[in-house]
Design a binder for this molecule. Structure first.
Ligand code: NAP
Ligand code: ZN
Ligand code: ZN
Length: 346
């Protein structure tokens, strides 16, 4: 067994605190990654506080993992010791269903194996990236270029792919007006990708103070959504809205901003289902879609796209000891625009 230092939630009400456990030995198809950086996703907070239900404790959160490979199993062909590697939201899946065969492992019929807050095929609890090391099957491990800042690459493993995938799936690009609802970890990556792929982008935000940042990130427009006049002026305006909001909010307001046949894509996961007005949908033949992270193939494509276009996350690097303060700041919408834990601070 491989001893590992980590930080864990021991219950939904307790702060994240030091925890030690053992990883499995490196199997034939596994790689061992010495974790250097791990991003902090709002899903970490939802799950550590059991906001979605069914949380497994103790829980070591973290699914935006970047580090160096320090050991490989005898059958590993894709990685070698010393490579920079990444791990995202899942570490296994059934590998047999139609989705797995199409490289859409996130939609596995039998359910993907989450990087944390799940059980692996041997029935052991999976523990995530707020830890010093992780053992992962090479088929669920990503190649990372060392040309970019590794700390700023970490959030691409969840916030990046979660916004890149729907932009590619719905072919958002030149000639489209795209609204990005919520400027946090996912939102700021959605802005970068949508701008890079040629859309006219508007940030829809409850934080007036984020206007300058939105423009700096490349957004063409900024709309403060607490202003009635601003809301009225945006009626029938967008081809697409990417909804990244983590807390309950009135989606009908934003559905009314879609043009005829426009689509709102939900990626944010508030714990309470949203009430949707049928009238808002039928008037304009509008659509609601949802999207969850991306498969291994698309995640690698996204990472390669980022290397080619010099796209990384805007981050605040933190000491692991400050993780609870980081959670509190995220809940107050005060994150610029992703916290990343520096594992050297363990
Ligand atoms: P985050 O960094 O905390 O950003 C969320 C943003 O939503 C905030 O910065 C804020 O932006 C806005 N917001 C928060 N409360 C709001 C409210 N009551 N009304 C309107 N806007 C509000 O969170 P994140 O890490 O980007 O994650 C966002 C959501 O996506 C979470 O629910 C997370 O679980 C989910 N998620 C889903 C997937 C997937 O596969 N679909 C993957 C990762 C995460 P403004 O200040 O600009 O208003
Ligand atoms: Zn995430
Ligand atoms: Zn499957």
């Amino acid at each position: 067994m491989i001893p590992v230092k980590s930080y864990a939630a021991h219950s939904a009400a307790s702060p994240i605190a030091p925890f030690s456990f053992d990883r499995r030995e490196v199997g034939d198809h596994d790689v061992l990654i010495d974790i250097q950086f791990c991003g902090v996703c709002h899903s970490d907070i939802h799950q550590a506080r059991n906001e979605w239900g069914g949380s497994i404790f103790p829980m070591v959160p973290g699914h935006e993992i970047v580090g160096k490979i320090s050991n490989v199993g005898s059958a590993v062909t894709k990685f070698k010791v010393g490579d920079v590697a990444g791990v995202g939201v899942f570490v296994d899946s059934c590998r047999e269903c139609a989705s797995c065969r199409e490289g859409l492992e996130q939609y596995c019929d039998k359910g993907m194996v989450g990087t944390y807050n799940g059980y692996d095929k041997g029935g052991q609890i999976t523990y995530g990236g707020y830890s010093s090391k992780i053992v992962v099957d090479e088929n669920y491990t990503l190649h990372i270029s060392d040309k970019l800042s590794l700390a700023a690459v970490a959030p691409l493993l969840c916030a990046g792919i979660t916004t890149y995938s729907p932009i590619m799936h719905w072919k958002m690009g030149k000639g489209h007006k795209v609204g990005v609802l919520g400027l946090g970890g996912l939102g700021h990556m959605a802005v970068k990708f949508a701008v890079s792929l040629g859309s006219e982008v508007t940030v829809l935000s409850t934080s007036k103070s984020k206007e300058a940042d939105a423009k700096r990130l490349g957004a063409h427009h900024f709309a403060f959504t607490s202003d009635e006049q601003v809301l009225k002026s945006l009626k029938n305006n967008f081809d697409f809205i990417i909804d990244t909001v983590s807390a309950p909010h009135d989606m009908n307001l934003y559905i009314g901003m879609l043009r005829r046949e426009g689509t709102i894509v939900v990626v944010g996961l508030p714990s309470i289902p949203a009430p949707i007005s049928n009238f808002g949908l039928i008037g304009g033949r509008r659509q609601i879609g949802g999207s969850m992270i991306g498969g291994i193939k698309e995640t690698q494509e996204m990472l390669d796209y980022c290397t080619e276009h010099n796209i990384v996350s805007d981050i605040e690097l933190i000491n692991i000891k400050d993780i609870n303060t980081a959670y509190e700041r995220m809940i107050k919408n005060d994150v610029k625009y992703r916290f990343v834990i520096d594992m050297a601070t363990f």
